[in-house]
Design a protein around this ligand. Structure first.
Ligand SMILES: Cc1cc2nc3c(=O)[nH]c(=O)nc-3n(C[C@H](O)[C@H](O)[C@H](O)COP(=O)(O)O)c2cc1C
Length: 171
């Protein structure tokens, strides 16, 4: 049975939400990581992925200028970095330097990949769409990297940016 609810109440049931980190170089060439909860795989052939960013994020203007970004899947040991990347702005912080996160140059785009991530996807900007209070950037995946070690993905598992892991059901 269903009971009527307002949006704020109903959307709290969405968790777990996979967390991604987008890495975008700014006009000065600094690689800036930003934590994103609102993302999706958008096309299989050709492969495309989408991220939703608020217009006021430093990363938003940077993507528009450089027209490419990396999407990294953080692993479960990266929660401190994820929170730092998601609470500090690249406008006045070198987030990679402050956290000591290891990164390497991307192969096909002018960006960086995160060494310890579960996987990295290099994307060229395909389109942008305004959706209410967020801008959706759709990227075409042009190169992918996966961790040679087995790492588990990080999720938001509840409201207020509660982070954790997800376990499969055992039957
Ligand atoms: C768990 C988590 C999820 C987030 N998800 C989003 C998101 O989907 N879209 C967004 O615009 N900001 C999101 N944020 C906030 C940005 O990461 C944050 O405002 C960041 O400091 C912006 O960095 P920038 O100014 O360097 O671009 C999230 C933050 C956290 C901690």
């Amino acid at each position: 049975m269903q009971k009527k609810a307002d949006y704020v109440q109903a959307i709290k049931t969405k968790y777990p939400e996979p967390i991604v980190i987008a890495v975008v170089k700014d006009a000065k060439g600094k690689a800036n990581p930003v934590t994103i909860g609102w993302s999706m795989t958008a096309s299989g052939e050709p492969p495309m992925m989408a991220i939703a960013l608020k217009p006021e994020r430093y990363s938003t203007e940077a993507i528009r200028q450089i027209k490419c970004f990396t999407i990294a899947y953080p692993n479960q040991e990266m929660s401190k970095e994820v929170m730092f990347f998601g609470t500090h702005s690249g406008i006045n912080t070198d987030k990679f330097a402050e956290t000591g996160t290891k990164y390497s140059p991307a192969e096909k785009i002018d960006s960086m990949i995160i060494d310890d991530a579960v996987a990295n996807f290099e994307c060229t900007l395909e389109s942008e769409h305004t959706a209410g209070d967020h801008i959706i950037f759709v990227g075409r995946v042009v190169a992918c990297h996966v961790n040679s070690e087995s790492k588990e993905r990080l999720y938001a598992v509840g409201p207020n940016r509660k982070l954790g892991g997800v376990r499969p059901l055992s039957f």
